[in-house]
Ligand binder design. Sequence first.
Ligand code: SIN
Ligand code: FE2
Length: 221
Amino acid sequence: MKPPLLDLFADAQPQQAPRNEQIGEQSWVLRGFALPWLDRLLPALNTVLAAAPFRQMVTPGGFTMSVALSSCGTLGWTTDRSGYRYSGNDPQTGQPWPAMPEVFVQLAQAAAREAGFAEFVPDSCLINRYVPGAKMSLHQDKNETSYAAPIVSVSLGLPAMFLFGGFERSDKTQKVPLLHGDIVVWGGVDRLRYHGVLPIKDGHHPRLGEQRINFTFRTAG
Ligand code: SIN
Ligand code: FE2
């Protein structure tokens, strides 16, 4: 039998290596997952930032964070000398945080579903801006009312080295390089793992310039 002249379905075959990398029992890196969403994501981000601009916050210990923050959704994560907490209002404007754009919610839910968390309803999106040299020390996300929902963390712009640790600060960490468009999801038994970001290296990203932007979606309330 002669082979067909044209294999109409050649392009539809799964040719690529798996794009989902498992980094914990219920933790995944979804490579490039946000890329098809960018044209909708970036204008929505600009709208949020016009109402709630990036600002550097102070930790309870009195240190100014190197990462600048904003938030959208019904709750925004904040820090000042009196502690870490979620607040319905932006402390800078006294106004409610901007609503979470529909495209943010859809992306967060699609990524959570891909990682095995079907019913994710984020009410908070922390927006972190890293310039070269900015970093995030190892910490647990534990200001949320419940730990039932996963964390969905979207990376845009300059690359980062993400540290994914255990349940004690001193536990060994995995080094996970994160590129523009990658999403990390962790939840369930991994929900309280320590994590952080090494200082961002100098560089220029064609779409975002000299910065890394991270969205961290959570169910906080
Ligand atoms: C965070 O833990 O809030 C940020 C993580 C990241 O920037 O990748
Ligand atoms: Fe975190």
